[in-house]
Structure formats: C-alpha cells, structure tokens
Design a protein around this ligand. Structure first.
Ligand SMILES: [Zn+2]
Length: 231
C-alpha cells in the first residue's frame, strides 16, 4: 500500500489532466519539487476547494507512489498573496519567476534555501516591490542558490572595475584587458546587479533603479540564464 507523506509547498505549475483532474508541480521545503495528481480538482464541488492555485502556499497530504505521480489527498490554503492577484504586472512577474524555478530546479531534491527564496520573492512582490526589480533580483538570487552566481564585483580574471563586458560562458564580467569583447556594460548597471544580489529579496524594494538600467539588467540576466540552461 502507498504510504502517506505531508509537506507544505508553493504551487509552481498546473496543467489539466483527464476530464476533471490536474497535475500540479509544487515546490516544498522537505521534498523539493513534487509532481502531484489532484483528482477531481476541476469539479465545482472539489474537496480541494480553491486552495490549489498558482503561487498559493498550501499544506499537502499525499500518497507517495514509486511509479508515476504522487496522489494528492488533502490540501489546505496557508497563504494566497491577495495583493499579487490585484495587479497584473505583479502577478505576471510572480508567474514568470515560478516558471523559471520550475524549469531550473531538479525534481525531488529538497533545498530549504531555494524554498525560502521563492517565498521571499512572492512576499516582496505582494509587499510592493517594483515587479521588474523583483524579477531581476529573483533571477540573480536563483542563479546564486543554484550554484551559478555570476561574478559581478569587477573583472572575474583581474578584479578591475574598468571596461567590463558580459561573458556568461566565463561566469560574468570580463574586462577588455583580459580578453573581454562586445559592448561595455555601464558601471551603473553591473553595480546595481551586484547590489541586488547582495540584498535579501525582502529588501530589494529600497534600491532605486531607473528603467533603462532595469531593462539592461534584465537582458544581461536573461542571456546568462539561457547560457546556464543550455549547458
Ligand atoms: Zn580583467
């Protein structure tokens, strides 16, 4: 007989399955990223009520199955971040971050630090952090906890703060003298990225960043992630 287990978790992804079911991807602190089958969840009378929605933090009890998906037995809502859902930009940033976490995190590999970062990210967005700032900050923090933290404190080879260019393949900033090619990254941009990496996610809202710098940071982080995901 299948054994029961329990954990809390944040819903990263949901997809419809069969007539009334859904397959959920949930990030938990003790079991990592889990795939769970929620039977009958799309029925109006579902026993899961409205607990199972994207970005919700929920308490879960499930049957552990060695083959195939674990089977969800009970779910109770712990936190739903209502402020996130009142603002489309915030919600979009949150869903984007959760999709990134879903994509990069391995299945069933517990990591309390990553779980903490995901929660801090949702709370920061719900607490009023500019969505674009939250997005870049979460990207950078996720890179760090996943072991791909970019070098942002000067040239990765010599430490120089002069004429730095972006080299995801080498792990971050590289100066012209050390072989860096391409466009020079303005100091304001890389210093802001370094600051966002150092600050805890619940404090990034205090950092003032203009929209040009934000857009530049976003594109550099995106290129960096693409490179990490291709490896
Ligand atoms: Zn250098």
């Amino acid at each position: 007989m299948a054994s029961l287990d329990r954990d809390e978790g944040v819903v990263l992804r949901m997809r419809d399955y069969a007539e009334t079911d859904r397959i959920l991807t949930v990030l938990t602190p003790r079991h990592g990223k889990l795939s769970l089958l929620a039977k009958g969840v799309r029925r109006a009378t579902s026993r899961f009520g409205g607990a199972l929605d994207l970005a919700n933090r929920v308490q879960l009890i499930y049957y552990v199955r060695k083959k195939g998906l674990h089977l969800l037995r009970e779910a109770a809502l712990l936190e739903s971040f209502p402020l996130l859902r009142e603002d489309l930009d915030r919600l979009e940033a949150a869903l984007w971050g959760l999709a990134l976490a879903d994509r990069v995190l391995p299945a069933e590999t517990p990591d309390h630090a990553i779980y903490g970062q995901v929660q801090a990210f949702l709370r920061a967005l719900a607490g009023g952090v500019e969505p674009a700032v939250g997005r870049v900050a979460f990207s950078l923090h996720l890179l760090a906890v996943a072991g791909h933290k970019p070098c942002l404190e000067g040239c990765l080879a010599c430490g120089s703060p002069q004429a730095l260019t972006w080299h995801p393949g080498r792990g971050g900033l590289l100066c012209r003298s050390c072989g860096g090619g391409g466009t020079v990254v303005p100091p304001k941009v890389w210093r802001s990225m370094a600051a966002l990496t150092r600050l805890p996610l619940d404090r990034v809202g205090g950092l003032r960043v203009d929209s040009g710098t934000l857009a530049h940071m976003n594109s550099l982080v995106e290129v960096f992630w693409h490179h990490q995901l291709r490896r």
